[in-house]
Write a protein that binds this ligand. Sequence first.
Ligand code: ZN
Length: 97
Amino acid sequence: MKFFKKLTSGCGQLSLNCREAVRAQSDQLDRKLPFATRLGLWLHLLICKWCRRYAQQTAFLRQAAGEHPEKFTESGPQKLSPAARERIKQRLDEFSE
Ligand SMILES: [Zn+2]
């Protein structure tokens, strides 16, 4: 981990902060990010476990939405059945350390 801290601090502006990382992740669902942003996001995910977890959760939710698009309306995952929500919660718990 020390190595990555060094690497990212050496990259200065390239490394995103958490807010930028979250934003970049949602942006990349809509459009292709510039290389520098993708690299910055990648570097940030290497050093930040919170954003890593967030990335895993959004990837999982996206996958779940792809498998069950009828369950995902505009208002999002709140519309899930209690059973589906419980399944997601269990999957998310697996990501916890
Ligand atoms: Zn972060």
